[in-house]
Ligand binder design. Structure first.
Ligand SMILES: C[S@@+](CC[C@H](N)C(=O)[O-])C[C@H]1O[C@@H](n2cnc3c(N)ncnc32)[C@H](O)[C@@H]1O
Length: 219
């Protein structure tokens, strides 16, 4: 789908599902909260920081960070952003390919479940890295292209809504090219509850995890 169609898609979702995480296309609340809590735990304590939630939707992912930090949410779905504002995020309507912030503005930049919607993701990744402060953290979460489960699902799925998936090793290379160091992965194995984490794209996470988060520290 084109960016315009995704904007309309998520605006329509917000009209139907309101502040619920269903607006952001999560399978159900349980899988959303599990993923959010695992990811924020892995990110580590964040306090007194400037945080960007890029593609924040209704703001439910970064809501726990609102207390004690200044959290800004950016999205092109203005109807979703209205709910993010109610959750305490400062909101800004923009496309992630052109973020309206100065270089190095944020201590922590999160981009959760967004780049699978964007076939040409490199300009977005560049923008995310640009607005991350030196020694700040960039964390991106997305679908794992290596996943055997997703490949099997792809054989029977009629709609090809999320065409774009990512290989962990490619994303690690992109992060390194953008000046991010101390790269690490968190892997999730939907519908199972456990996660694994590590510094490299090992064979088990590569083949069996359904999604991964990658984080790095800006030089
Ligand atoms: C699957 S939802 C995830 C929302 C949120 N990150 C979460 O995990 O709850 C993807 C969000 O990205 C937004 N989005 C997609 N492409 C975008 C772009 N190019 N610029 C701004 N927002 C975008 C959509 O409007 C939608 O709200």
């Amino acid at each position: 789908m084109s960016a315009t169609n995704w904007k309309q898609y998520f605006d329509k979702k917000a009209e139907t599902h309101g502040a619920s995480v269903q607006t952001s296309d999560y399978f159900n609340e349980e899988s959303f909260f599990r993923q959010r809590d695992n990811t924020l735990r892995w990110l580590g304590a964040v306090s007194g920081k400037t945080v960007l939630d890029a593609g924040c939707g209704v703001g439910a992912f970064s809501e726990p960070l609102v207390r004690g930090n200044v959290v800004t949410g950016v999205d092109f779905s203005e109807k979703s952003l209205a709910y993010a504002a109610k959750r305490g995020l400062r909101t800004s309507s923009a496309d992630l390919t052109a973020l309206p912030f100065a270089d190095g503005h944020f201590d922590v930049v999160l981009c959760i479940g967004v780049i699978q919607l964007i076939p040409n993701y490199k300009p977005v990744l560049r923008e995310l890295a640009r607005v991350t402060k030196p020694r700040g953290t960039l964390l991106v979460q997305t679908l794992n292209r290596g996943s055997v489960q997703r490949k099997l699902l792809g054989l029977v799925e009629k709609t090809k809504k999320f065409d774009t998936m990512y290989a962990m090793k490619d994303m690690a290379r992109d992060f390194a090219e953008l000046g991010l160091t101390d790269i690490a992965f968190l892997n999730q194995y939907h519908p199972f509850k456990f996660t694994t984490s590590g510094r490299s794209a090992g064979i088990v996470p590569h083949l069996l995890s359904t999604s991964f988060a990658i984080k790095g520290c800006k030089r």
